[in-house]
Design a protein around this ligand. Structure first.
Ligand code: GDG
Length: 478
């Protein structure tokens, strides 16, 4: 039985996946991913708890312990998964926050489910937090939790971090429930974003929508200050750097190149199969390079890993069909016997296989149309202690703010994509090393550990809860 905690993470998912052995026994395994790695030590130090959905419908679980973390399961019904998760989170907010690259769905039943599920999370957090505890709420699925939780437990210190971009006012304005969402976020003491631009969009929105004033990074409510700040998320540099030096990973990378027919250039894309990631755009550009004769089929191979994602959402099903049609068409038109220029995989891989792929790739192609950060770009950099390897990176990925030495590209401009992919393939080892060295320094310094500790120390610094100056803030209700 888990008691109350002084430190809570509240996230859509628990940081564990259920694994069923061959004999039918089930157990939990820590999910891969930087967030868990970064937060686990803090959890252990502070006897923290993590609240989240266990991943299957109608699963009622008693609190349990895994790897020194107390896990509190928040159940969701099949209908809530459809309306709150696939619906409002991934068919409304996800496209709206990513430049409306797909049309957002505005459905009242989805909103109602979102509100009800957020309320459940807030109540559970209130029940499990010690007096004065620190609660860190994660991401777009739970934007109402900060205010709901503050209402129940004004003694808590509440932080919120948004992993995806925060859109400009003009786009956010479309949302029928815009006021409720912004009020939800303002329940936090600190609202963190990937980039300063997201924080600025949020502050402007608060002023336009609610008439609340701000100065610098602080928003002044009647009785308190809400701080807004950018904390660019990162990767576990040390872990990846160590992994790619292991002999078995090095030999696997060589083997991958052999299996691909030992081409001069291996280009790589690794993404969840998502319409924000610009997969179609990059394949189109690669196909044109082949058709123009700028590269020959034996000379370059493009490996595209498209991890299955949100497969029950209509837009994602359509995307999968489109991409698979496109791969078939380009390969059909450009393949030679024994070699296919695009190698496409709709599968997930273990972490060390992914590291071997990063190591094997000469050119990493990351071309989202909009992305909060993009960890793949940083992972690739962390894997290239050999200083070899080129990163082609979209200007619309948050990571482009830090990785200025990448081959930066506008993914909407097919000629630019072609130019930058060619430049990356043709760059001299000296130039590649110069670019990679600077990017590695950045990722090594600002790793995921630093991201978590900077967020938490900002949340716990006294200025985050200073009483507001004597400014009046209009706070229209309803
Ligand atoms: C959201 C924001 C932000 C992918 N395929 C496999 C696999 N992956 C891992 C990658 C990487 C992660 O998944 C994907 O992270 P991204 O950052 O690239 O993208 P999102 O999933 O959209 O993440 C994003 C992020 O949150 C963090 O704040 O950067 O902007 O959209 O770590 O390596 N991992 C394994 N097998 C795979 O097949 N093991």
């Amino acid at each position: 039985m888990v008691g109350r905690s002084s430190f809570l993470i509240v996230a859509n998912r628990l940081p564990v996946d259920r694994v069923v052995e061959q004999d039918g026994t089930a157990s939990w395994r820590r999910s891969p991913g930087g967030l868990v790695t970064a937060i686990a030590p803090v959890m252990q130090r502070r006897h923290g708890a993590w609240l989240g959905w266990p991943g299957a419908p109608d699963e009622e679980l008693e609190p349990f312990e895994q790897d020194g973390m107390n896990l509190i399961s928040i159940p969701l019904t099949a209908e809530e998964i459809e309306l709150y998760y696939e619906g409002f989170s991934n068919a409304t907010l996800w496209p709206l926050y990513h430049d409306v690259v797909a049309p957002p769905v505005f459905e009242r039943s989805m909103w109602e489910a979102y509100r009800a599920v957020n309320e459940r999370f807030a109540r559970a957090a209130a029940a499990h937090a010690e007096q004065g505890a620190v609660v860190w709420v994660q991401d777009y699925q739970l934007q109402l939790v900060p205010a709901m939780l503050r209402e129940l437990r004004p003694d808590l210190r509440i932080g919120f971090f948004l992993h995806i971009p925060f859109p400009p006012v003009e786009l956010f304005w479309q949302l029928p429930w815009r006021r409720e969402l912004v009020q939800g976020l303002l329940g936090a003491d600190l609202v963190g974003f990937q980039l300063p631009g997201g924080a600025a969009n949020f502050r402007r929105l608060c002023r336009r929508l609610l008439g609340v004033p701000y100065k610098g990074s602080e928003i002044f409510l009647e009785d308190r200050i809400v701080r807004t700040q950018a904390f660019p998320i990162s990767v576990d540099f040390g872990e990846l750097d160590e992994m790619v030096r292991r002999p078995e990973v090095v030999s696997r990378a060589k083997e991958i190149r052999m299996e691909l027919g030992d081409p001069e250039h291996v280009l790589l894309g690794v993404d969840r199969l998502d319409y924000t990631k610009g997969i179609g755009q990059r394949l189109e550009a690669f196909g044109e390079l082949l058709k123009d004769g700028r590269i020959t089929p034996g000379e370059a191979v493009f490996v595209q890993i498209a991890t299955p994602s949100r497969e029950r959402v209509e837009e994602y099903r359509r995307l999968r069909d489109d991409i698979e049609l496109q791969v078939g068409r380009i390969n059909g038109e450009t393949s030679e016997f024994g070699s296919q220029p695009i190698q496409y995989f709709h599968q997930s891989y273990p972490k060390d296989e992914l590291a071997a792929l990063y190591l094997a790739a000469d050119v990493m192609v990351v071309t989202p149309l909009r992305d909060g950060m993009n960890l793949v770009a940083k992972e690739y950099v962390a894997c290239h202690h050999d200083l070899n390897g080129a990163l082609v990176l979209s200007e619309f990925a948050g990571a482009a703010d830090e990785l200025r030495q990448a081959f930066l590209v506008n993914p909407y401009d097919v000629e630019d994509l072609k130019r930058q992919m060619l430049a990356a393939m043709r760059a001299t080892p000296h130039e590649l090393a110069r670019r990679m060295r600077t990017m590695r320094r950045r990722v090594a310094t600002y790793d995921v550990d630093r991201w978590a500790s900077e967020f938490l120390s900002s949340l716990e610094s006294p200025s985050a809860s200073e009483p507001a100056m004597s400014r009046s803030a209009s706070w229209p209700s309803g």
